[in-house]
Design a protein around this ligand. Structure first.
Ligand code: APR
Ligand code: PHB
Length: 389
């Protein structure tokens, strides 16, 4: 088998790239380890920057998002019972789209179905060959049979635990990491959201986030200790703790209900450099991870895909390799700025074990400065909305 681009990974990055390449007449084969049902059962974030909204439209997969997505022109930051709004519209003239990643992934799957493109699920033992030559290939096992695809390029969209990053020789790879001393306990409930916009709450008991998926589906998070197990948290315990951390007005009005999904995720900042080795390109979580406090994970996957799609279009349509040469540096420049923002938001809003009284005063001063300064709020807003591609 032969194709122009092999895409490893059928998450948002791989699906979006495949769709964009197809609309430029560039053929790809997408290899996904799990079943479609497994991929679509994942609950992930739900805040889309305008750049991703535009890419979904470009990919021909934006119609339902346009119809069902919720346009948000601001967020609330709360410091114990004191809250204030960051008005994106007034500060930067922008907004974000709240639309579940699960829905976005489904839309991309359906778009790929419509173009009748090769997407192979439940592939095992994926291996990358000769990535540092002009004739790379990918082998894998499916239904007990080994197969091999010759190609021009390989897009490693296989997430943090994938094979792509691990294929780059250790002597060439530099990894940067910070693991945070807490996790996020997330609950999905079929209840109306407590607020019309997201509430990021800093509290002495720990961070809390009130988010949503639709007018009838709410998503809430609590900062929890690393050693916490989801079994320790009954629905009642979750709601009681959430009420203590969010502003009183929200705590009094929140509609609680059964958790239809409950899970604990660790938080880390991670970047691998470079994001390219020969004809292998890393995209999305394969190359970087951010703590979810800045809602950047999905949006960084999108900007990586944008840069790679543009580079491959330049190569195939114009015979120009400049985009390919520039890919890693261009993508990393935006990645590191989003890592900074995500780290800053995490440091600002969470309680860290062994935090000194001085550190606590710094957090309070930062929140009070944010509440009082248009300049500070504008900086936060432009980062949350998404820096330019
Ligand atoms: N072979 C084939 N597929 C693989 C392999 C492999 N060896 N390893 C991983 N995969 C698949 C996973 O099953 C997953 O479906 O690659 C896909 C990677 O998808 P994501 O982890 O979602 O990463 P990405 O597409 O970069 O999207 C980043 O999604 O998970 C969120 O928090 C993440 O918001 C971020 C966004
Ligand atoms: C979510 O809705 O899952 C969500 C929203 C904003 C974040 C993180 C997660 O910063």
């Amino acid at each position: 088998m032969r194709t122009q681009v092999v895409i490893i990974g059928g998450g948002p990055a791989g699906l979006l790239l495949g769709q964009l390449l197809h609309r430029q007449g560039i053929d790809s084969v997408l290899l996904e380890r799990h079943s479609r049902e497994y991929v679509l059962a994942r609950i992930r974030a739900g805040v889309l920057e305008s750049g991703l909204v535009d890419l979904l439209r470009e990919a021909g997969a934006g119609e339902r998002m346009q119809r069902e997505g919720l346009k948000h022109a601001g967020i609330y930051l709360a410091n114990s019972n004191r809250g204030f709004r960051i008005d994106f519209e007034r500060l930067c003239g922008g907004s974000v789209m709240v639309y579940g990643q699960t829905e976005l992934t489904l839309d991309l799957y359906q778009a790929r179905d419509a173009m009748d493109a090769a997407m192979l699920h439940q592939v095992d033992q994926v291996q990358i060959h000769a990535a540092d030559t002009e004739h790379p290939a990918v082998s894998f096992v499916r239904d007990g049979h080994e197969q091999r695809i010759e190609c021009d390029f390989i897009a490693g969209c296989d997430g943090f635990h994938g094979v792509s990053r691990k294929t780059i020789p250790a002597s060439l790879l530099r990894e940067f990491e910070r693991v945070y001393p807490f996790g996020w306990l997330g609950v999905l409930s079929q209840t109306p959201p407590v607020s019309d916009e997201l509430i990021y709450a800093s509290h002495e008991r720990g961070f809390a986030l009130c988010s949503m998926r639709s007018p009838g589906l709410s998503r809430y998070y609590l900062q929890v200790a690393l050693e916490d197990k989801v079994e320790q948290w009954s629905d009642e315990a979750f709601w009681n703790e959430l009420r203590q951390r969010i502003p009183h007005a929200a705590a009094e009005s929140i509609v609680t209900g059964a958790a239809i999904e409950k899970s604990i995720a660790p938080l880390r900042s991670f970047v691998a450099e470079p994001m390219r080795w020969g004809r292998l390109f890393l995209c999305g979580d394969a190359a970087h991870i951010v703590p979810p406090t800045g809602a950047k994970g999905l949006n960084l996957a999108a900007s990586d895909v944008y840069y790679l799609w543009r580079a491959l279009r330049q190569y195939y349509h114009d015979g120009d390799e400049q985009g390919i040469e520039d890919y890693s540096a261009t993508a990393l420049s935006r990645v590191w700025k989003a890592e900074r923002f995500s780290w800053m938001m995490t440091k600002l809003l969470h309680r860290f074990p062994q935090q000194s009284p001085f550190d606590l005063r710094m957090q309070q001063a930062e929140l009070e400065y944010l509440e009082s300064s248009v300049a500070a709020q504008t900086s936060l807003a432009e980062n949350y909305l998404g820096l330019p591609y």
